[in-house]
Design a protein around this ligand. Structure first.
Ligand SMILES: NC(=O)c1ccc[n+]([C@@H]2O[C@H](COP(=O)([O-])OP(=O)(O)OC[C@H]3O[C@@H](n4cnc5c(N)ncnc54)[C@H](O)[C@@H]3O)[C@@H](O)[C@H]2O)c1
Length: 264
């Protein structure tokens, strides 16, 4: 019998003692992810450009008895990403178990009205930043040799396309393809890489990113379960991919979307 079969569900979902890096901790899904990892006994290093918001989440975690530290990062800035990684490697003695790359950015609008500056921002935050961050953390994760976990966050837009999110969909399709190929390369080190694709989720990105109330209503009506996801719902799947229960799952994309899209 394999080790996995011998584990009970409680042990198979145990995250206590894990060192976890989460980006986008100041808000929405990243915030929920950080809070849930800390609640499950992990030590969280949270990054965000919003320092006040990030520090607030860290204080909330600590007040509840959890372990967390905020490390500022601007994901549009290479030097800032490098400083973020170096700070965490230094503070943890290069012992990082999980990367949850959650931060993202978008504004909905017709492709023909996009500007090159908008494309640069979207591709930097949603694709190039996670790639750079993972590239910098990976050698230490391989050296540690303890079966690290990488979880990226895409979007259903990156799986099936989305009206008014043409370039954003491309950036999310890129992170999906990257995660799958990365999973093939890291499997030999026992490191898994998986991707969570949220549908419409009740966060500031959804509310600020879509100005048209009719479009919001139409999106919610298109969800078979007829509501937005709570931030904790995609966060639950991010945590699951980080647990021993998901040891044999790699290169997968799971949508958390109330049935908005269904994939074979
Ligand atoms: N909310 C949705 O409906 C939805 C749907 C599909 C996918 N997603 C994806 O889920 C992820 C989380 O989104 P959310 O809805 O929680 O959004 P959110 O806006 O609530 O949170 C995003 C976080 O990323 C941070 N961030 C943005 N730009 C940054 C930068 N340059 N450097 C560092 N941090 C930066 C923000 O400060 C914020 O704290 C994103 O990758 C997003 O694309 C969200």
């Amino acid at each position: 019998m394999t080790k996995q079969c011998e584990l009970g569900w409680r042990e198979a979902t145990d995250l206590s003692g894990k060192v976890v890096v989460v980006t986008g901790v100041a808000s929405g899904i990243g915030r929920a992810t950080a809070i849930q990892f800390a609640g499950a006994g992990a030590t969280v290093y949270g990054g965000d450009i919003n320092e006040a918001g990030g520090n607030e989440v860290v204080s909330q975690i600590r007040e509840a008895g959890g372990k967390a530290q905020f490390v500022p990062v601007d994901l549009t800035d290479h030097d800032s990403i490098d400083r973020f990684v170096d700070t965490i490697l230094d503070k943890t003695g290069k012992a990082v178990d999980v990367i949850a790359s959650v931060a993202g950015w978008e504004r909905v609008g017709p492709f023909l009205e996009n500007t090159p500056d908008f494309w640069d921002r979207v591709i930097s935050i949603n694709y190039l930043a996670p790639v750079r961050m993972i590239h910098r953390f990976l050698p230490a994760m391989i050296e540690r040799g303890q079966g690290a976990r990488i979880v990226t966050v895409a979007s259903d837009a990156g799986r099936v396309g989305s009206m008014g999110e043409t370039f954003y969909s491309g950036s999310k399709g890129a992170i999906i393809a990257f995660t799958k190929s990365l999973a093939r390369e890291t499997a030999r080190y026992g490191i898994t890489a998986n991707c969570v694709a949220p549908g419409v989720t009740d966060t500031p990105l959804f509310h600020d990113g879509i100005q048209n109330p009719k479009l919001k209503e139409a999106l919610i009506n298109a969800v078979p379960m007829r509501r937005l996801a709570k931030s904790s719902e995609p966060a639950n799947m991010i945590l699951y991919f980080a647990t021993p229960a998901a040891d044999f799952i790699t290169g997968q994309v799971i949508s958390v979307n109330g049935g908005l899209t269904m994939h074979g």
